[in-house]
Design a protein around this ligand. Structure first.
Ligand SMILES: O=C(O)c1cccc(C(=O)CC[C@H]2O[C@@H](n3cnc4c(=O)[nH]cnc43)[C@H](O)[C@@H]2O)c1
Length: 224
């Protein structure tokens, strides 16, 4: 059983949904890290650094797990609105260069990796627990972007470039980079508020996604 888990959300409404699902489980700490990969990375890394300093004075244990959790967009035929997506990989999908032949990732350019690993064993157990609880769940790559996809063309380009892409959001890769930098296991949970594609704000079902986030948080507290 893990003893201390840091969950990072983008906004307060997501934190509140996570806390409702955790029902006071004191093993968890929930941080509102801000919207976008940079805010998420800076907030998470700062939190982990201070915890490490405190830990060195044996005041509080360092974290056993870091979680990026929040709402996200679901890719067609992968994740429906209201469903839960658990990452099997997090990918910074716009980290690279635009070329006449199309997008070139930093991996392709030789400047590093746009992909970060997750704790696959825990992710799998969490997905099984969600499924056993009767909620729809998908396990697949979750993309991190600095811009919310707003056209069918971009959605299809992403789906073609990253086969099996299940969801997109804006913070996971940043939180994961901070966790990996501290040598702490990481997972990402997204609950689907909208379809990835043409921008249609009226079609966003944030309430449904927050309700699913509460469910996912309850299952998380059961499996760790
Ligand atoms: O385009 C709009 O008018 C619009 C309306 C409501 C919210 C937004 C956001 O930019 C929310 C970003 C926030 O939510 C996460 N999120 C949710 N769905 C997606 C998505 O399809 N693509 C990327 N991020 C998404 C994200 O992690 C942010 O925290 C825009």
């Amino acid at each position: 059983m893990l003893s201390k888990v840091l969950i990072v959300t983008a906004v307060e409404a997501e934190k509140e949904a996570v806390l409702r699902g955790l029902s006071g489980d004191s093993r968890f700490e929930v941080l509102v890290g801000g919207v976008g990969p940079v805010a998420a990375a800076v907030s998470t890394a700062t939190k982990l650094a201070w915890a490490s300093i405190a830990d060195s004075r044996a005041v509080t244990p360092r974290y056993d797990l870091v979680v990026s959790a929040g709402i996200g967009g679901g890719f067609e035929e992968q994740a429906a609105i209201g469903s839960i997506v658990i990452a099997n990989e997090v990918i910074s999908a716009d980290l690279g260069a635009e070329t006449p032949e199309g997008f070139a990732s930093v991996d392709k350019l030789g400047f590093g990796s746009s992909r970060l690993q997750v704790d696959l064993e825990l992710s799998s157990r969490l997905a099984e627990a969600i499924l056993a609880g009767g909620h729809s769940v998908c396990v697949g790559p979750i993309l991190t972007l600095s811009t919310v996809t707003g056209t069918a063309l971009t959605a299809s380009e992403l789906a073609e470039r990253i086969p099996g892409a299940a969801a997109e959001a804006m913070e996971g890769y940043g939180v994961a980079a901070a966790a990996h930098n501290s040598g702490i296991p990481f997972i990402e949970i997204r609950t689907i508020s909208n379809k990835v594609g043409p921008r249609d704000r009226a079609a966003w079902r944030i309430g449904d996604a927050l309700a699913a986030l509460e469910i996912a948080s309850t299952r998380l507290s059961e499996v760790i």
